[in-house]
Design a protein. Sequence first.
Length: 337
Amino acid sequence: IRSMQTEQINHDPAHTFMNTGTAISGRPSMGSWLLYGLGNESNNLPGYVVLTSSGGGQDQPIAARQWHSGFLPGQFQGVQFHSSGDPIHYVGRPNGVNINQQQDVVNTVNNLNGILNETVDDPEISTRIASYEMAARLQLSAPELIDLTQETQETLDLYGCDPTKPSFARACLLARRMVQRGVRFINIIHASWDHHSNLDPELQYNAGAVDQPIAALIKDLKQRGLLDSTMVVWGSEFGRTPLGENRSAGKMNTGRDHHPFSFSIFMAGGGIKGGQVLGTTDDVGWHAVKDRMHINDFHATLLHLFGFDHEQLTYRFKGRDFRLTDVGGEIFDQLIA
């Protein structure tokens, strides 16, 4: 899709718009909406996981509200896995505590929370009970998930992955392993694309860091029979200008600025009609001129491909029915297989 459009020109509100359908902080993310609608297939892993990587450019801070559940119950919030070491803090049991002792503690705390919930009927208490139970199961499932010694050398080479080092390649390989284990929604965020200067070497580095793993992920999912039921989306919060910026020290046009009027994403698998390019821009790439796709349209189409009417997947909060597409959104039938 070469005709994406957004309404925001700065990173944080643009991240928020891409992830939640509005620039207003505090709304549920698209991963939370999908988990709310579909439920979690995995008993031992969160239904929504976030992986991050960086390097090779000018990093932008990524706030946890980009994967927050907003006013949806907390059980639908994304869980960030760390890029090195234990995927989640305190996933190991303390020394001297065995699994039976820990289970006794979890059962006792959950019983107390259950008694309280009978009195106040607070949905966040149910979330807390589910979190304690999930945390206990994660102590067994998370170490196995990130143990890439189970992968063949051929697979590691396909992704260009060094299993001992954090990288975008490692995140992509972990994402495939999560798909196999029933995780519903996975965000991989590479936060180093803000090329206001030094464009040539930094863009070359980042392209080298992500191109092979992305291609490997799609190929790997396909050869395992998982691509038809898994949608892969690659994109950003906005584009970059076709003209240069930051002329200094005798260097011309060494970077690109933020650009909301036309940018590109691609989608594969999961009901997508492949082998086509949708949308065009003017001759210099400034404005989208054909098949303009607003982010609300993208979200509406994504939800449709997962079996939802975007106008019906709602949650009542403070007297209003909210949805991911806010008050907009049209389905682009051209994308649907």
